[in-house]
Design a protein around this ligand. Structure first.
Ligand code: 13P
Length: 251
C-alpha cells in the first residue's frame, strides 16, 4: 500500500507571521504521519522558521533548488543548505518554473540527482498544456518528461521520489481534470515507470494529482486507483482547508 501524501505548494504567498500562524493552527490537528504525509512547501527565507516550529506530523519542503553544489548563481538555493536547515522535500520542475524560468528536462534531471545526494525527497512535477491535451498528445508528452527527468536514477531512488501530475490548464484556473482523466494519465505515468524499471518500483512510486484540488473534490480524486495524494496551491493557503485535505486522505 502506498502512503498518501498531501503537499501544499504555497508559491509566492504568506509573510513569516502568516506562515507561523498557519503552522500553529495545524500542528495539533494533523493526522499521524504514519497514515498520511503532510508537507508544506514555502518560500525559502522562512523555511528554517517553519522547520523549527513544525509539529511531529508535519514535513517542510522547498519550491525549487539549483542543481550545482555551490557557485556563482545569484539568487539560487543549494540542496546543501536545504538539507542543512532541516528541509526534507523539494518541488522540482513545477510548470511555473519550466515556463517562467526556462527550466528544461535536462536541468530538472540534474536537480533530482542533486536532491538525492542530500537526502531530500524530490516532488517531480510533470503535465501538459491545453494545446497538448486537445491534440490528444498528453500521454506521449508526459511520457517524454518522465523518461528525461528520471534518467540515470536507480530503482530505490525512484521508489522514494514523488511524482506530481499537474495538467497546466488545471492550475489556478478552477478547472480540475475529471478524476477519471487524472487517473488515466497517472496510470500511464506508472506504466512508464514499469517499463523503465520493474513492477516493484512502479507499484511503490507515489503519484499525486495537482490542479485546482479543493476539499470539495479531493475525496473523489483520492478514491481513484492510482492517485496517491495531491499537490495543492490555492486551497493549501488556509489552515482549515489544508486540514480538510489532509484528513480526506486518511479516510
Ligand atoms: P492550484 O491548486 O492553485 O490550482 O495550484 C496547483 C499547483 O500548481 C500546485 O503546485
Amino acid at each position: 500500500m502506498r502512503k498518501p501524501i498531501i503537499a501544499g505548494n504555497w508559491k509566492m504567498n504568506k509573510t513569516r507571521d502568516e506562515a507561523l500562524q498557519f503552522i500553529y493552527n495545524i500542528n495539533m490537528n494533523l493526522p499521524s504521519n504514519k497514515k498520511v504525509e503532510s508537507v508544506i512547501c514555502a518560500q525559502a527565507p522562512i523555511l528554517r522558521d517553519l522547520v523549527k516550529r513544525q509539529g511531529e506530523e508535519l514535513r517542510i519542503g522547498a519550491q525549487t533548488m539549483h542543481e550545482s553544489d555551490t557557485g556563482a548563481y545569484t539568487g539560487e538555493i543549494s540542496a546543501a543548505l536545504l538539507a542543512n536547515i532541516g528541509v526534507e522535500y523539494v518541488i522540482i520542475g513545477h510548470s511555473e518554473r519550466r515556463a517562467y524560468y526556462n527550466e528544461n528536462d535536462a536541468a530538472i534531471n540534474q536537480k533530482i540527482h542533486q536532491a538525492f545526494r542530500y537526502d531530500l525527497t524530490p516532488i517531480l512535477c510533470v503535465g501538459e498544456s491545453l494545446e497538448t491535451r486537445e491534440a490528444n498528445e498528453t500521454d506521449v508528452f508526459v511520457k517524454g518528461q518522465v523518461v528525461e527527468d528520471l534518467k540515470g536514477l536507480g530503482s530505490e531512488q525512484v521508489k522514494n521520489l514523488v511524482i506530481a501530475y499537474e495538467p497546466i490548464w488545471a492550475i489556478g484556473t478552477g478547472k480540475t481534470a475529471t478524476s477519471e482523466m487524472a487517473n488515466e494519465t497517472i496510470r500511464n505515468i506508472r506504466e512508464v515507470v514499469r517499463d523503465l524499471y520493474d513492477d516493484e518500483t512502479a507499484d511503490a512510486v507515489r503519484i499525486q494529482y495537482g490542479g485546482s484540488v479543493k476539499p470539495a473534490n479531493i475525496e473523489e480524486l483520492l478514491s481513484m486507483s492510482d492517485i496517491d495524494g495531491a499537490l495543492v496551491g490555492g486551497a493549501s493557503l488556509d489552515s482549515e482547508s489544508f486540514l480538510a485535505l489532509v484528513n480526506a486522505a486518511v479516510k
